[in-house]
Design a protein around this ligand. Sequence first.
Ligand code: PGA
Length: 253
Amino acid sequence: MRRKLVAGNWKMHGGLAANRELLGGLLNQQATVGSAACAVLVPFPYLAQVSSALAGSRISWGAQDVSEHVSGAFTGEVAAPMLADFGCTLVIVGHSERRALHSEDSRTVGKKALSALRSGLTPIICVGESLAEREAGVTREIVGQQIAEAISVCGAGGISASIIAYEPVWAIGTGKTASPEQAQEVHEFLRGILMSASVEAGQVPILYGGSVKAANAAALFAMPDVDGGLVGGASLLVSEFMDIWRAASAARY
Ligand code: PGA
């Protein structure tokens, strides 16, 4: 059985005082949750705060993006070894907001994942279709190409050490969640592609993201190929995020 993971994507939210309160709330309750893993993915400036607050806890931490380069003249970029210096174990790559707002293509996303892997970080590689693509019936083609590119850049070995997040763009921050069946259908499809890369790759966690909340988490996590959630808005609220973590821990698969 694959262990469930709930990862909070804070996006560009937070502040020293607000983070202290949020992290304190999670730490106070961490002992009450079952075996699912939990992580927070925070803006770069808060990595020092988060690493000192969460060291020794059950909650791991990471960043929301990483450079494909290791060092050099890349103003504004942050390299994977820098994230490792701050105790990050995870980093999101290819979030749809970066694909859309920063024109990141799947090749670049693959290179970012590889850069993370080379520094011992686990990339959370995001894939997902837009509303227009879903309505045009090309969801499989789109997510299939996105994942294939990551496999081609990272290799089967690299993908086996990664996490995939299926985040339909139309469900992100919109309050429109994919139904558990819609999520399962795409996860199963992705699982098949991963399995054809290697048996180990077929076992990587596939998270669902897109308006996950306490009210819908249990139904999503009950799906056999949904291994947890990448949670945006609801990860900023202690009680919502704790309930999602609890739902992941209680899930049967
Ligand atoms: P949301 O964001 O939960 O606010 O929809 C998810 C994400 O973008 O990772």
